[in-house]
Design a protein around this ligand. Structure first.
Ligand SMILES: [Fe+2]
Length: 264
């Protein structure tokens, strides 16, 4: 497995507090079968933009520490960038700063205030600058999940979608679990990430998530092995190759039975 979304870098955002915590988080990743992990600290959250140099230096320090601790995992630089007009100041054409693992892919997050039409215009501008956008934890955005036709049109325009694996276990509540399951049913999950922040909660441990995916696949009679497919997709990021996913024409969600609708 390749974890494309994590907050493992020490003392740079609300993720790992120090190098000890970073190493414990990496240990959890290795135990989960993660072989490669991209560090994606928050960038542009509340207007704070850490320098790309700082992110690269911290990634190098973590790589050295992981080697010393004999942890068999590759660590790459990246960022989780809050999308607003300010990104046009620091995401420059031809640059790979703030991209995932030196590829043209960038991980973007929206806020509760983000308007889909404005976000789409900004993402288009970034695409014109040569960036390949991935939308982080898409299951969280109520405005998009209540208008999944927008998500389908975005996916057709090359905007790829990432889900947090914890959403499939119900860790973030039933609401987000339902969103994640519906995205999976519609083949709209292109990447998975732990979005791990700490060792005691919101961790990098993906084992429970993998179990949840297995049972969901059986429950939905879904042919898509999401764990395997998202790992293959993520390997395209590491190899700087383009991903052209099959995008559904229409959003389909199985209607709940009368019993469920009356009593839940
Ligand atoms: Fe995150």
């Amino acid at each position: 497995m390749i974890d494309i979304h994590s907050h493992i870098l020490p003392a740079i955002d609300d993720g790992a507090r120090n190098m000890d915590m970073t190493l414990s988080m990496l240990h959890m990743s290795v135990e989960s079968g993660v072989t490669d992990i991209i560090a994606t600290p928050h960038v542009n959250r509340g207007g704070h933009v850490p320098s790309w140099q700082e992110i690269e230096e911290k990634t190098a320090q973590v790589t050295d520490a992981a080697k010393e601790a004999y942890l068999p995992i590759h660590i790459y630089s990246g960022a989780e960038i809050e999308l607003n007009g300010d990104v046009l100041r620091f995401l420059k054409e031809g640059s790979r700063d703030y991209c995932l693992a030196g590829s043209p892919y960038i991980l973007l997050e929206l806020t509760d205030q983000s308007q889909p039409d404005m976000s789409e215009r900004l993402i288009y501008e970034l695409q014109l600058r040569g960036f390949w956008p991935i939308l982080a934890h898409v299951e969280r955005y109520g405005q998009l999940m209540s208008h999944p036709d927008i998500l389908i049109s975005w996916a057709k325009k090359g905007i790829l979608l990432q889900c947090n694996i914890g959403s499939f276990t119900g860790y973030f509540g039933q609401h987000l679990q339902r969103h994640a399951e519906n995205l999976y049913q519609n083949h709209l999950v292109h990447f998975l990430g732990s979005d791990g922040h700490r060792t005691e909660f919101r961790t990098t441990d993906m084992r429970e998530g993998q179990d949840a995916l297995r049972s969901l696949q059986q429950k939905q009679h879904n042919q898509q092995d999401l764990w395997l497919e998202t790992t293959q997709n993520a390997s395209r990021i590491l190899n700087h190759r383009v991903l052209y996913p099959d995008v559904p024409e229409h959003w389909q969600v199985k209607k709940k039975g009368l019993w469920h609708r009356l009593f839940s």
